[in-house]
Design a protein around this ligand. Structure first.
Ligand SMILES: [Zn+2]
Length: 512
């Protein structure tokens, strides 16, 4: 056949021109995708639950080397069967991370989904049934939920009980189900998908920095979607843009070098408990404001968008006040605002004794353990210096080991500081990050504009590491019910949360 280069050349120019003028949209309509995923789910609930039960049967405490690897291998199999190229990322001394990738032709965005497959240790004696023998109940154990057969049809208020049912194996099952539903409907994702499933989150992620560093080349993405934690107490879906940082220190002040009779020596010998509480009183007021000079110098003021998002979220203060029996909160601001501030928490004080053990004596020392929550862009090093300066300004000589006799003789007031706790900064993605707003949009379309968006969670996760090492923004999308008892006994997942998650994942990965 004769070759006709010219018309071919012409047609390819026309095709290129056409695709520029009328780009083919990869994205699907989130509402119809979610509806299709729901239909598929309704027809396949038994299989989804059976798969979930199988995964929950594998004990998953990070220090249990044999079983944690069984989890990783099992999950690897699940992903390979769904078109991912999946592998274990290995690092000496660490459980493997499961990494998987699935490319979509023509996609220009890459979404990374983070989940952790390890769970908190569990004491079977505390649980109503064995933590690694999943059961279905028709309600929470605390409200007398009874075991029901693990057979469809399932009431959406039923709950599946087992360690990591909520924290954090549910997203693995929901994501797989979403992919199966899409496959069944012949719908392709609109993005390249990457998965990073950590195996030691509940052990404090001691190897996360090294793991991210070693495999950095694989881990780049336009967004890391962190699928962990519970949804809002109101049961509405929630996106969080960050977490607070965490830090802390020990503080010891001294009295006489042996305990003294409080009658013979009171009002004369310095009392270390009094000195410690007075010193702490100079650091924090009764509304939780930190009074240390320059402590807030690094703090970034919340943006207008962040403040508006908080105002738009349903207030839970009244409910919490009643539930917790606290009479009145420390501050007049709502809880979502209170956690936007840096916080100093007195974790414990130790000296002397109380009750039947109390003695009329003056103690030799008193120690406090103080926890700090950091907001952007505070750093542990800066705060450490500010705190030390403050303690010195209160007349204290600062030491890092037990004071010597000479130091005691030379200084009226001595404070020993223990900075052995490794701290880390907060992380917060900007509210106007376009890819975050796209996800918020999709979730609002699915949920009739009921999505709650909050600038930060109160708690801490080392998300800054992903920002620092991988350089990708992070968004937190939790799926578990708020009363899932994560970390406690009788952990569970409410089925409706699992069903919703399948639809949300299906919509996000096809509409982004
Ligand atoms: Zn978790």
């Amino acid at each position: 056949m004769p070759i006709k280069p010219f018309p071919l050349f012409l047609s390819s120019i026309l095709a290129a021109l056409f695709s520029v003028l009328f780009p083919v949209s990869l994205t699907a309509d989130p509402v119809s995708t979610a509806a299709a995923a729901r239909q598929w789910r309704q027809a396949n609930e038994q299989d989804i639950i059976d798969g979930f039960v199988e995964l929950l049967r594998l004990p998953n405490v990070a220090s249990d080397h044999v079983n944690i690897r069984r989890n990783a291998d099992y999950i690897l199999g699940l992903l390979n069967r769904r078109g991912f190229s999946a592998r274990l990322l290995e690092l000496e001394g660490s459980p493997p991370a499961v990494f998987a990738e699935r490319r979509t032709q023509g996609a220009d965005k890459t979404l990374m989904i983070y989940v952790h497959y390890d769970g908190q240790p569990a004491n079977p004696d505390d649980w109503a049934s064995d933590p690694w023998t999943p059961v279905m109940r028709n309600g929470p154990v605390e409200r007398d939920g009874q075991i029901v057969p693990m057979k469809a049809p399932f009431d959406p208020e039923w709950r599946l009980f087992g360690r990591s049912a909520g924290d954090d194996k549910a997203p693995i099952i929901a994501l797989n189900a979403a992919l199966d539903a899409l496959e069944d409907g012949g719908v392709e994702p609109s993005v390249n998908l990457k998965l990073f499933f950590e195996g030691e989150e509940e052990a404090g992620s001691p190897h996360l920095r090294d793991m991210l560093g070693k495999y950095r080349e694989l881990l780049g993405a336009d967004l890391w979607l962190f699928c962990d934690g519970p949804v809002h107490q109101s049961r509405r879906w929630q996106l969080s843009y960050g977490v607070r940082g965490s830090f802390g220190f020990g503080l010891t002040v001294y009295g006489p070098n042996r305990p003294l009779h409080s009658g013979h020596y009171g009002n004369w010998a310095p009392n270390p408990i009094m000195r410690l509480t007075e010193l702490i009183g100079t650091m924090r007021d009764d509304q939780g404001n930190i009074l240390i000079d320059s402590y807030h110098e690094q703090v970034i003021t919340p943006s207008r968008l962040e403040m508006e998002a908080i105002e738009a979220a349903p207030a839970v203060d009244r409910q919490l006040i009643d539930e917790l029996g606290i009479g009145r909160p420390e501050t007049n601001e709502r809880i979502e605002m209170a956690i936007m501030r840096p916080a100093m928490n007195l974790r414990g004080i130790r000296s002397g004794d109380v009750g039947a053990q109390s003695r009329n004596s003056i103690q030799t020392s008193a120690t406090a353990s103080i926890g700090l929550r950091l907001v952007p862009a505070q750093t542990p090093d800066f705060l450490r210096e500010a705190i030390e300066r403050h303690i010195r300004s209160q007349g204290y000589f600062v030491v890092y080991d037990a004071p010597t006799g000479e130091q005691r003789a030379a200084h009226d007031r001595i404070a020993r500081l223990d900075w052995s706790e490794a701290g880390y900064p907060a992380y917060r993605a900007p509210f106007d990050l376009p890819i975050a707003q796209s996800i918020a949009n999709i979730m609002n379309q699915l949920g009739d504009d009921t999505l709650i968006q909050l600038p930060t969670m109160g708690g801490s996760l080392p998300l800054y590491l992903i920002d620092e090492v991988v350089g990708a923004p992070i968004l937190i999308l939790p799926i578990a019910n708020h009363d899932n008892n994560q970390h406690g006994k009788d952990e569970n997942l409410r089925l409706q949360n699992l069903w919703d998650a399948i639809e949300i994942y299906a919509a996000i990965i096809t509409s982004l």
